[in-house]
Design a protein around this ligand. Structure first.
Ligand SMILES: [Zn+2]
Length: 151
């Protein structure tokens, strides 16, 4: 609850917007202590293309391994829902593409529902690594969800 309070205070202090209305449950199975509100705000800002909020939420999420892993998971779920699979460029470090290696490592670890491995890897990563993974997750989610929301 403290992190949510801090987040709201930060947003209020900086005149930020509310981007969290778009998505409901971000918790996922297992109740791992995911900051659902922060993830929803992060994804909402990505979809709204609000880079000011997006950058702030990126920094907050990078410090929260559980929520960072859940965000990468959400990106994988969204891609799967649209294409029915994860393209090689999202999981294979050898394939050319602009998706960060850190995202690919997490996505590859989580492939086939192996979520515990992915969450453990996220915990072992540095904040900078998580930030790199989250940058790609935000880009992927914004593309997939914006597309999804088109009439
Ligand atoms: Zn904003």
């Amino acid at each position: 609850m403290d992190s949510i309070g801090t987040h709201d205070a930060l947003l209020a202090a900086q005149g930020m917007h509310d981007h969290g209305a778009l998505l409901g449950d971000q918790e996922g199975p297992g109740n791992r202590g995911v900051d659902s509100r922060l993830i929803a705000e992060f994804i909402g800002a990505a979809v709204d293309l609000c880079m000011v909020c997006h950058d702030l939420q990126l920094s907050l999420l990078a410090e929260d391994p559980v929520s960072a892993a859940r965000t990468v998971e959400q990106a994988c779920v969204a891609v799967n829902a649209v294409w029915g699979c994860l393209p090689e460029s999202l999981v294979n470090e050898e394939v050319p593409g602009k998706t960060t290696l850190q995202f690919r490592r997490l996505a590859a670890a989580g492939c086939g529902g192996n979520n515990e491995t992915m969450f453990a890897l996220a915990r072992a990563m540095t904040s900078a690594d998580r930030r790199a993974a989250l940058t790609s997750a935000g880009e992927i989610l914004s593309v997939v969800l914006r597309d999804d929301l088109m009439p």
